[in-house]
Design a protein around this ligand. Sequence first.
Ligand code: COA
Length: 209
Amino acid sequence: MQTKIEKISPLSALAIKNIEGTEGEALDFLSFREKLSYANISHPGKKTEWRGARLAIKEALECIQHPYPGFFKDEHGKSHPMDNYGYVSLTHTMGLAAAIFHKEMPVGIDLDFVREKVVRLGPKFLDPSEMDFLDNDPLHYTMAWSVKESIFKCQGKRGISLRQNILLQPFDKGARIVKGKVYDTEYTDHHYQVQLEVEQDVVLSYTIW
Ligand SMILES: CC(C)(COP(=O)(O)OP(=O)(O)OC[C@H]1O[C@@H](n2cnc3c(N)ncnc32)[C@H](O)[C@@H]1OP(=O)(O)O)[C@@H](O)C(=O)NCCC(=O)NCCS
């Protein structure tokens, strides 16, 4: 997927970053706590992904002239700005990282490679009514998976099931906006719109307002 930095609105921006070869990029912008977290990651691949996501969020913030606040993780694993101003979401996968920031609304972002096995895994993350409208196609299933992951990350709470608590409205493979809701939980009837971008075998999704 192409590297890009995009101002979605004056309040929001995202960045997609190719993370191979970012070893030399300065990390002095990180908070003390983040530097410690980074130093404690021993797996080289995980280190590269962690670094890539922080470089991506820094670039997204620069695009809307927002100073890097440093981020901390809550008990669910979701990151929050240390100054409590705004919302962030991060994603990373082989060779790529992406990040989104919104000054006023919660956000979720997800990057996935299209994999054949996602169709077989469908019953684990899809409601039967969703499988009815999805073609038997890895791309279509990956789009559904990614949208659900973005909604999950936007709401941020562990214990929400992709299959039982997130329901998507029917969409086709050409769709670039998908609607879904969180239901049957204490967060019932939260509705989301998710933007999709597909480039070769990579699907990017992120919540929009
Ligand atoms: C937490 C989860 C969304 C992470 O997704 P992933 O595809 O493994 O990884 P990604 O690279 O897209 O995202 C990783 C980032 O998600 C963020 N994250 C972790 N937990 C989060 C949460 N509860 N809410 C929001 N964001 C979260 C973190 O910032 C993490 O990056 P970091 O560790 O560098 O800080 C995922 O593991 C998950 O729990 N999904 C839903 C649960 C589920 O039902 N899974 C099984 C269905 S079959």
